[in-house]
Ligand binder design. Structure first.
Ligand code: GRG
Length: 291
């Protein structure tokens, strides 16, 4: 049932993105961009945005530009993550990675173009939102994506390979690499709903914790699942000497860590009552997923 809801929301965002890209001038890069952006994916971040929106009774159609921008950043990060100079993965979402299909140069440039497209989307006139709120969103997304966020986290992830690292270092890296974009998905909603700074910060923290939860379960999947389920090669972290919670404390202790992190997030969401039901369901999906 939840999977159906996730898929339905994901399809709507895909249609929105397809229409948006079709209106762009055609270039050589449009094909690899569309391939990297639209070739499957759970659209979990878009679902997080839409379900966080329910907390403050925001209209879902109002949030499509925001979802599309976040999916552009996410897909850009996956295209670059798969490159030989990064994680060197030949498969993504059950298909060939963008660089395998279109070549490295096209994949790098398509990724760059998706990054800039995200900001084009947020600044689009058709995104009906006060200019000053748009500027806040643009700044926040830029900070989440750059050297103090996703890019910085990726740098740490690569540098940590085959090195000894402690729990705080691993969690800090994962919060940046994966948590920051999730954090933006939740805090952007508080910005749009014109909530005060303290509420924005609370949602920022909840989002980052959900992202950490997501990353750790992603590491579980690498450890326990198959390419058939995940659409990408599994059991790579160990081979590459990646630093994960599992590599540090083992599978059982990592499961306990996830359980307590999840309980903590759910406790914080309680104050939003029934408005947070769908958000709670997403968190349950994240920890129970097998893909
Ligand atoms: C600055 C955006 C940016 C990128 C450059 C390459 C890089 C730096 C960062 C990589 C970040 C990265 C790949 C983090 C992993 C996050 C993660 C668990 C991805 C898998 O997400 P899913 O499962 O993917 O939501 P689908 O395929 O479902 O969309």
């Amino acid at each position: 049932m939840l999977n159906k809801k996730l898929a339905k929301n994901g399809k709507q965002i895909d249609v929105f993105l397809k229409n948006y890209l079709r209106k762009q001038k055609n270039t050589n890069l449009l094909k690899p961009m569309m391939y990297g952006l639209l070739s499957g994916g759970k659209k979990i971040r878009s679902n997080l945005i839409l379900n966080t929106g329910k907390i403050f009774n925001l209209r879902r159609n109002q949030l499509f530009y925001l979802c599309a921008a976040v999916e552009c950043i996410h897909s850009y990060s996956l295209i670059h993550d798969d490159l030989p100079c990064m994680d060197d993965d030949r498969f993504r979402r059950g298909k060939l990675s963008t660089h395998v299909k279109f070549g490295e140069a096209a994949a790098i440039l398509a990724g760059n173009s998706l990054l800039t497209l995200a900001f084009e989307l947020l600044s689009d006139k058709k995104f009906k939102l006060q200019e000053k709120l748009k500027i806040k969103l643009i700044k926040s997304l830029a900070i989440c994506s750059g050297h103090t966020g996703i890019a910085g986290g990726q740098d740490l992830d690569l540098k940590f390979e085959n090195k000894k690292r402690n729990l705080n270092q691993i969690i800090d890296m994962q919060r940046k690499k994966t948590g920051r974009l999730f954090s933006f998905c939740c805090s952007s909603i508080a910005i749009i709903a014109k909530k005060n700074n303290s509420e924005v910060l609370k949602l920022k923290k909840i989002g980052e914790d959900i992202g950490l939860l997501f990353q750790i379960t992603d590491d579980f999947l690498d450890f326990t699942s198959t390419k058939k389920n995940t659409g990408k090669l599994t059991n790579k972290d160990k081979k590459k000497g990646k630093k994960t919670l599992i590599s540090l404390m083992g599978y059982k202790k990592s499961l306990k860590f996830v359980d307590s992190l999840k309980k903590n997030i759910l406790r914080k969401l309680k104050k939003h009552g029934t408005n947070a039901i769908d958000l709670t369901n997403i968190i349950n999906f994240i920890t129970n997923r097998d893909y």
